[in-house]
Design a protein around this ligand. Structure first.
Ligand code: AMP
Length: 426
């Protein structure tokens, strides 16, 4: 039984649907985020950081009142000051809000931005679906050029490739713009009204029929098999935009699959829509996704400002790497490990590792006056290639023993030249 008074001795666990990242998966997650950011940095994107929470209305308007995210999944609360705020469930609406607030759209266009952080959705937890998760995102604002849509897809594919993933598939669709959407919406509604649907879904048909396409229930998916597809309704300019994206992807050597039934759980998309999926992940197969959102700026009170972007899920990308049997990235350990024997040697070893670290050599040392055996075990665990073993007698003689932990070879090296010697070795 647990109690709340000061005698409470229960232990704590991470909240439901969340998890801790501890080494070596912690390093792996950093490496995944770095790999996602690297192609963006080399393509002229600037880094942006926004708060973890925003005014609730931003998401209600930006993501869409009738989406699952807004109706069921937001962590919303009223602050002590009476403001209604929500932990961000996604990154695009906040980044666009920041662009408008900081006037970036009044400078040179397009504005290319990337970001990385935590996102929160009150979802039913399962493998690959968490209540707190990590995304790296990218947005291009202020251009309708289909080359921007293609650029983003290529950069995401390059990130997955750099991580060694071979099983990521690109699904591509176009939802059309305001020119194409009304005719499609009407055709889809006609079709959906002919189906035997539960009350909630029937209501959805009237409010937001495209959302019904995203219903994952198998009986609904079956009923949708012969529904009209959006790509049959594209206007000439929407069709031309889509065709350019497709041909640019092909010329960049990026394979994709046309998926005219692809819809995503956010309302703001127009024209290009895409998802990156991995078949080793079970039901939560999307490792990333995005699309064009030319009307979003107006929805959140801004001027016309077309945009396109994506968010890649770092958690699921790491799961995909594990599913492919790839080694955990980013786990490097140290290069040199100092093993001091005795108090005088301990103080000296502390000085040595400080010098090594400042000289760019990753180094660590045995603490707590451990004996030779325990300290050598720690050296092995550290991942270091070289151990520097030093006792009082070595110090008196002005040397340290440098042991190659891979070959077992050991050499006495003069203390004066030790840092340079190790720098050369590693
Ligand atoms: P979305 O904003 O839903 O398009 O999400 C973009 C990517 O973030 C998805 O493809 C997933 O990889 C990841 N993602 C979204 N929701 C979750 C979640 N609840 N848990 C883990 N990853 C998620």
């Amino acid at each position: 039984m647990t109690t709340n008074h000061s005698g409470d001795r229960r232990t704590f666990r991470a909240p439901k649907g969340t998890f801790d990242l501890v080494p070596p998966r912690g390093e792996a997650m950093l490496a995944v985020r770095d790999a996602m950011a690297a192609p963006l940095r080399s393509a002229g994107y600037g880094y942006v950081e926004t708060p973890s929470f925003e005014e609730t209305t931003l998401f209600a308007r930006g993501v869409g009142e009738s989406t699952d995210i807004v109706t069921k999944e937001m962590y919303s609360f009223t602050t002590r000051g009476g403001d209604d705020v929500t932990l961000r469930p996604e990154g695009t609406a906040p980044v666009l809000r920041a662009v408008l607030e900081n006037g970036l759209h009044r400078g040179a266009l397009p504005v290319k931005l990337w970001y990385s952080g935590s996102y929160y959705r009150y979802e039913r937890p399962q493998k690959g679906r968490y209540r707190h998760f990590s995304q790296v995102g990218a947005e291009i604002l202020g251009t309708e050029d289909p080359a921007s849509d293609a650029e983003l897809i290529v950069l995401a594919v390059d990130a997955y490739r750099a991580l060694g993933l071979t099983g990521v598939r690109v699904l591509l669709n176009s939802l059309g713009s305001h020119e194409s959407r009304p005719a499609y919406r009407a055709a889809l509604q006609d079709y959906l009204r002919g189906l035997d649907l539960d009350d909630e879904t029937a209501r959805r048909v009237e409010i937001n029929p495209l959302r019904v396409l995203d219903d994952k229930r198998s009986e609904i998916q079956k009923a949708l098999a012969s529904a009209p597809v959006v790509t049959d309704f594209l206007s000439p300019s929407d069709r031309a935009h889509h065709d350019t994206v497709r041909s640019l992807l092909t010329s960049a050597g990026v394979e994709f699959e046309d998926d005219p039934r692809l819809v995503r759980g956010l309302d703001y998309y127009t024209r290009t829509l895409f998802e990156f999926v991995h078949d080793g992940l079970g039901s939560q197969s999307a490792v990333g996704g995005g699309g064009r959102y030319d009307g979003l700026s107006e929805l959140i009170g801004g001027p016309a400002l077309p945009g396109v972007g994506w968010a890649l899920g770092a958690d699921r990308t790491l799961l995909a790497m594990e599913a492919e049997g790839l080694p955990l990235p980013g786990v490097t350990g140290v290069q040199v490990f100092a093993v001091p024997l005795g108090d005088e040697a301990a103080a000296w070893a502390f000085g040595l590792v400080t010098q090594l670290r400042r000289a760019g050599v990753a180094a660590d040392f045995a603490t707590g006056g451990r004996g030779l055996k325990g300290a050598m075990k720690a050296a092995d665990r550290s991942g270091a290639r070289y151990a520097v073993v030093v006792g009082e007698r070595d110090l008196a003689a002005g040397v340290a023993q440098v042991k190659d932990l891979a070959t077992g070879e050991q050499q006495a090296i003069s203390l004066n030249g030790l840092v340079t010697h190790l720098q050369r070795l590693v």
